[in-house]
Ligand binder design. Sequence first.
Ligand SMILES: Cc1cc2nc3c(=O)[nH]c(=O)nc-3n(C[C@H](O)[C@H](O)[C@H](O)COP(=O)(O)OP(=O)(O)OC[C@H]3O[C@@H](n4cnc5c(N)ncnc54)[C@H](O)[C@@H]3O)c2cc1C
Length: 331
Amino acid sequence: MSATQPEVFDIIIVGGGPTGLFAAFYCGMRGASCKIIDSLPELGGQLTTLYPEKNIYDVGGFPKIRARDLVENLKEQAFQYHPTVCLNERAQGLVRRDDGVFELTTDQTVHCARAIIICGGIGMFTPRALPAASAANYEGKGVYYYIDHLDHFRDKRVVVVGGGDTALDFALMLEPVATQVTLIHRRDQFRAHEESVRQLFESKVEVRTFTELKDVLGDGQVERVELIHNKTKEVTTLDVDAVVSGLGFSASLGPLHDWGLTIENNEIVVNTRMETNIPGVYAAGDIVTYPGKVKLIATGFGEAPTAVNNAKTFIDPTARLFPGHSSNRKE
Ligand SMILES: Cc1cc2nc3c(=O)[nH]c(=O)nc-3n(C[C@H](O)[C@H](O)[C@H](O)COP(=O)(O)OP(=O)(O)OC[C@H]3O[C@@H](n4cnc5c(N)ncnc54)[C@H](O)[C@@H]3O)c2cc1C
């Protein structure tokens, strides 16, 4: 093969989060060659980047599993079939040649495949900025947007900002290692999983409602924050070593917007086969929408095999949609 003629894979998977990794495994099960492309330096998507140390309780078969361990298991499962993995590459353009092969352009090169499965999650995710403008001066100096190592917070005093799933997850993760965790939220209602709210109020986390971050202060490093009660307007000072934003992430599909896909509210519309409006292009995981869609790892795990099995029949119309059970595979 010449350098100008990239190998044509059966399936290119855009995104190596849990959905993309499970899709890669399932490609192997269906005898489809596959390549995973991810813009991040590591596989695992949100689990690796945003909450590797968090325990996950709602993946079937695992009463409790740390996010980074789930990713390791997914990698082990997928790598049995030796998928080609391209990291630090951002998928940018997609065209279908006259011979039916898709040419997917990244910021590095061109990749070719007979079908595409987009498992891009929330796209390129950027954390929502903290409301206090001064917080930007302390990034890397005590202001955090995600928690990659709990050890950074050991024996520290931490304030977590927000009242959704991300904030509650972060507060609950930090509680056992930090000396003090304060969660501030501008309302008194929490947009988080009921179980997390229950755990929060049973934990040692100090919860301050109707409270907002006014200012971050310190001499080159976070030392304290000013908080404002949004009803009484009373300003208080809290000595902390770290400020953790739990305000969630804004998502952007970026270049995927230009692929001609039907997109609603930054999500790709798919049918029950996980087909997009472009024949041969499928999508699964957080990135998709359909009536009743729920964004969970578990739903991505269901959608991935649906996408792969349907992509298989697109590539080879004589192939069966339902391949049988995994016990039928050749060892
Ligand atoms: C703090 C927090 C806690 C959570 N806890 C739970 C939980 O307990 N249980 C649960 O079920 N869910 C939880 N979730 C949600 C869960 O993480 C997502 O549902 C899951 O990650 C979706 O997987 P995915 O593979 O579809 O997408 P992602 O994990 O987002 O992976 C998508 C990948 O695609 C890549 N990508 C995107 N666009 C491109 C592009 N153009 N080119 C190349 N690569 C691209 C991204 O870099 C990323 O690696 C939590 C989320 C957060 C933020």
